[in-house]
Design a protein around this ligand. Sequence first.
Ligand SMILES: *[C@@H]1O[C@H](CO)[C@@H](O)[C@H](O)[C@H]1NC(C)=O
Ligand SMILES: *[C@@H]1O[C@H](CO)[C@@H](O)[C@H](O)[C@H]1NC(C)=O
Length: 300
Amino acid sequence: MAESVVACSSKDAKIEKLTTRVLANLQNFLVKCLFAILSYGPMPKHITFIMDGNRRYAKFRSIQQGTGHRAGFSALIDTLVHCNDMGVKYITVYAFSIDNFKRDKSEVQSLMELMEEKINELLDNQSIVHKMNCKINFWGNLDLMCEPVRLAAQKLMACTAGNTGLVLSVCMPYNSTSEIVNAVNEACAERREVLQRDHVHGGDCNGQAANNGVHSEIAVSDLDRHMYSAGCPEPDIVIRTSGETRLSNFLLWQTTFSHLQSPQALWPDFSFKHLVWAILQYQRVYPYLMQNRELAKKQL
Ligand SMILES: *[C@@H]1O[C@H](CO)[C@@H](O)[C@H](O)[C@H]1NC(C)=O
Ligand SMILES: *[C@@H]1O[C@H](CO)[C@@H](O)[C@H](O)[C@H]1NC(C)=O
């Protein structure tokens, strides 16, 4: 009697295991079908996220604020994995704006500690980042960060610099106007150097520079080269979660033709289905986006 009960429960366990496996396979299969359907349409190369709603997530659940940001970090990792599976090569996220420094001191402090912890986790060579062969950039003025975070960020950039998979750019501490000012300064410094060199080597006895004023104006392409985003295609989609519709000084230089979306989900709740939906919406308006791009080219 006892034996048959044991046999029975082990049989139940076997069936349960089998069911789980079948369901997992089915889910995998459905996800693959979904990718196949999506890939018939134009796929975005570059998706950017304004990861809004971590604090509200914690508030709604009456949990500690840091817990919302932790949940937000795992939402980011999940999103990276899905994007990697779908072949989206560039992901850029707004992690910390320069304005965020104005928040409560203890909040800024705990955010910095969380960042340091998470960057160090990613530095581990067993981390998902290395498995995906992911290259990580930080866009922003790292000098504003406290030293441990800055050093960890620089280390992570250096040790993923040779990776050839997905490119994750983390904007922190960032704002777009500061990026533009920085690019203008760098472009001017570069120009001054060229002019000085020409003056020393190429000037005639009247001290006239050899270049005939060709180099005297800064062009759009000069600024492009000095943006943090140099070498990266313009974003196809900008997603700001939690239903907010402001750009908040994020990638203003780069988003002229991007499709803006503001799903209601708070960032920690942002999941696979939201991502798929975002890409479907992008595919729906794609002809219109391309038309705008072509029109702008013609007018130039
Ligand atoms: C990962 O790092 C450890 C030391 O931290 C090293 O011993 C190991 O060889 C590394 N593994 C790979 C795959 O690079
Ligand atoms: C952007 O950053 C600069 C510092 O580089 C700061 O002076 C400015 O207030 C910021 N602007 C906004 C709108 O956050």
